[in-house]
Design a protein around this ligand. Structure first.
Ligand code: FE
Length: 174
């Protein structure tokens, strides 16, 4: 296929995915590289996106982790332990291990969900407007594996004023 045909095919595929995308599912996800911030080196790193079937994700994750990250489900508030956690460390993606948040940006929002004022780096997450539940929210997902993480709200602490409301089931503390 030449370049033009590829672009048309990719656009058509993207449209088809958008139309067939079900309620609560992660954004469309195609293979390719993505640049993320790597805290191990303190610099950028190009890594291949992780694309797996639902059956493969289901085998890798617990049922709750699977429904949250691959079908946009939400943990019940106050059910985990991370919302209270104050230890210094990193919160990485349960699906692919990408570093997403740091304890230095974590704050107690009182909501019962782990809350952060910012991601570790804007490149490590993807934001998308989500119009489910009749209201407009901004969904946050993992840049590398497209795991649904949670939502961003504009009632967070200064200076960002943002509150990343994240499901514990999408995270692993390291
Ligand atoms: Fe991930």
């Amino acid at each position: 296929m030449n370049r033009r045909v590829w672009i048309v095919a990719a656009a058509a595929f993207g449209g088809l995915v958008a139309i067939t995308s079900k309620r609560g599912q992660s954004p469309p996800h195609v293979p390719g590289d993505v640049e993320i911030f790597d805290p191990a080196t303190g610099g950028p790193r190009n890594l291949p996106r992780i694309v797996m079937t639902n059956a493969e994700w289901r085998a890798k994750l617990t049922a709750q982790q699977y429904y949250v990250t691959r079908h946009g489900s939400t943990d019940s508030p106050f059910t985990g332990t991370y919302h209270l956690k104050k230890d210094a460390g990193l919160y990485v993606c349960i699906g692919c291990g990408t570093a997403l948040f740091r304890s230095s940006e974590k704050f107690d929002s009182g909501t019962g969900w782990p809350s952060f004022s910012a991601p570790i780096d804007p490149r490590n997450v993807v934001k998308r407007v989500d119009r489910e539940l009749m209201l407009e929210r901004t969904e946050v997902s993992c840049a590398r594996c497209a795991a649904h993480l949670g939502h961003v709200f504009d009632d967070g602490p200064a200076p960002s004023g943002l509150r990343y409301c994240i499901n514990e089931s999408a995270l692993r503390f390291v």
